[in-house]
Design a protein around this ligand. Structure first.
Ligand code: SAM
Length: 257
């Protein structure tokens, strides 16, 4: 099958899908990541670009409805969020016209669907913004810049709402599942690194916040387990859009039951 993965990173999940791919296109805006996956998957086509730019380029390059699998794992919130926020010299700032942002983000999702071949899937995994771990992360980042629409789940809501619209138009069917679990840190130090490195990106304002340091320690206290290590309650949203003709989609409402 023909596969494209956006925000592929080092190819952690790519390893699981590559064996099924006849043609594999890997996209990431980080040159470091693109170099890493080019070495790991030498047969693949690697694209160093922002996800939304890459989607536009692929559509313009004749790749519409051509991928059996369009995927993004823990990476789709970023391009969606970029329609709503911009990085300025003063930090992250909401864009002025949030109504326009919403429409652009919705169109981006529909463009992603436009890459999927008939019968194919758009498959995305997103972190669960409502888990205790992510609530702490959200509270921390809100001190740096507020999130649009009252919380970090807004990117997932944009994605799901746009896919539901696509389903209502008869372009396919949407399946949305939340899987609960834990993020495992083998030690307290690893859990601290997880928060301050992975989540807080060593942001100086967050590194220098004593109240946040206490909140992280209390969190780790709460979820440290007897045998050692910290089991951070977490979750993932699995979003699958199957581009299969919906048998009732073309019938007027009321005639479909
Ligand atoms: C959390 S990592 C996930 C990486 C990989 N999918 C995995 O599961 O291991 C997010 C990745 O998305 C990339 N990324 C973030 N925003 C992006 C954007 N707007 N366009 C393209 N890549 C982006 C980052 O460079 C990073 O490699």
């Amino acid at each position: 099958m023909d596969v494209v993965e956006f925000g592929c990173g080092t190819g952690r999940i790519t390893e699981a899908i590559a064996p099924y791919a006849r043609n594999l296109a890997l996209v990431d805006y980080s040159e470091t990541m693109v170099t890493a996956v080019a070495q790991k998957f030498p047969e693949s086509q690697t694209i160093g670009a922002d996800t939304s730019d890459a989607v536009t380029a692929l559509l313009r390059g004749g790749r519409s409805m051509s991928f059996d699998l369009v995927t993004a794992f823990w990476s789709l919130s970023y391009p969606i969020g970029e329609f709503f926020e911009e990085l300025s010299p003063a930090g992250v700032r909401p864009r002025c016209d949030q109504v326009r942002s919403r429409e652009q983000a919705r169109q981006f999702v529909l463009d992603l669907v436009g890459l999927v071949a008939p019968g194919g899937h758009l498959l995305a995994m997103l972190f669960d913004a409502e888990s205790p771990e992510q609530q702490l992360v959200t509270r921390a980042w809100e001190a740096v810049a507020p999130f649009p629409d009252g919380g970090r789940a807004y990117t997932r809501n944009i994605l799901v709402d746009a896919l539901r619209d696509a389903e209502n138009q008869g372009d396919g069917t949407l399946t949305h599942t939340r899987l609960g679990g834990v993020a495992w840190a083998p030690s307290r130090d690893a859990a601290r690194d997880w928060f301050f490195g992975v989540h807080f990106k060593h942001h100086p304002q967050l590194l220098d916040d004593p109240a946040l340091a206490i909140a992280v320690e209390e969190f780790i206290d709460r979820y440290e387990i007897a045998g050692g290590g910290v089991a951070l309650p977490s979750g993932v949203h699995l979003i699958d859009f199957h581009a299969a003709a919906h048998p009732y989609a073309s019938l007027p409402i009321g005639l479909s039951s």
